[in-house]
Write a protein that binds this ligand. Sequence first.
Ligand code: PMP
Length: 436
Amino acid sequence: MAMINAYTGQSSTLSDEERALIARREAALGPAYRLFYQNPVHFVRGEGSKLYDADGNAYLDAYNNVASVGHSNPRVVEAIAKQAAILNTHTRYLNEVVIGYAERLLSKFPRELAHVMFTCTGSEANDLAVRVAKSYTGGTGFIVTELAYHGVTDAVSQMSPSLGKFVNLGEHVRTVPAPDSFRVPVDELGAYFARGVHAAIADMERHGIKPAAMIVDTIFSSDGVFVDPKGFLRDAVAEVQKAGALFIADEVQPGFGRTGDALWGFERHGLKPDMVSLGKPMGNGHPIAGLVLRHDVIDNFGRNSRYFNTFGGNPVSCAAGMAVLDVIEQQELQQNAKAVGAYLADNLRALAKRHPEIADVRGAGLFLGVEIIPRSASIAADALTTKVVNGLRERRVLISATGPRANVLKIRPPLVFSKADADTLTQALEEVLKTP
Ligand code: PMP
């Protein structure tokens, strides 16, 4: 599958300077990278919910979940600078900042999830989860959703069908239909998802594969954003645990308060995962990620396999992580995500009444999926969605798209997004939808 919202080289409005930068980028970074938008954007600065281009134009960021407490957040910047000026080392020495951060982070989890192992990326956290799950269960089979994304390492790219048909799934990986709340009646959603998981386990067993784990993004972002009804994940997790396998909650997307209801997506479903992977917003752009897990799950692995990740959880990264937690708490960003997310969803549902091509508005907190279905046969759903995403970009509002049909607007702004920002987004979307 071609990447959704990728630049195709057909831009009409780029300056000579930007064209030259694209050419240099392609020459230096090679052919595997993609830029966003028909007219790629060149940013030089960020602040709060805004990004600024080289000409000083402000863009409203309704997409980036990394700079979750706001672009260039001064508290986080100061914490990084201060710690970098004092000490930064690999992670084989005693250091108060690292231990203090680990303890503070763990205090945000159910007591059973007793340890955190630090990595630099979400991919590494999931890769470690895969190793630990294999070691703990003695199994090799993994269950993921049909359009999952879990990262770039060899192991987890084989569990990331959203990378497209040229990236093979692992032989021991089974996919299950995502819990598509738009197409499956909500009161059947839990049973529907669990049936897929049951079938995947049966198929593994028929092939002599012992299941090791199911890993899901608890907000199903690459599958199309599925969040409700709360608790629909429970039956599927029960199937997994009945088969002696583990449940890994990938919180790289929904974690750190984004859903508004809770700090972690799994909490919305009333679940206690065996392992939880963290990433993106954890350091507000500083590369820190991690795996939170139960003691018994890591016990044997810990004794037999050393774990050392040179940069993972270094003092500067941990200072950034600590500052992120401070800002989330002090600025009540989880509450903001809930309030502004609900306000934005209401705005968008009101807009849907005037523009029926908005077929569904779903989401939790500041992670919304807006399903676009054209009302006339003259344009395909993915083409209309691409038009909307690029139309917003021309109005200096940044979002992208997701889902198996590439027809779900993905709205996932920094958690400092305000109601005024939500109004700007809604007005821009209305203008785009009015444009033939
Ligand atoms: N899991 C999920 C659900 C993700 O969305 C991503 C990144 N998009 C990852 C894992 C991988 O994280 P990273 O890019 O930090 O390796």
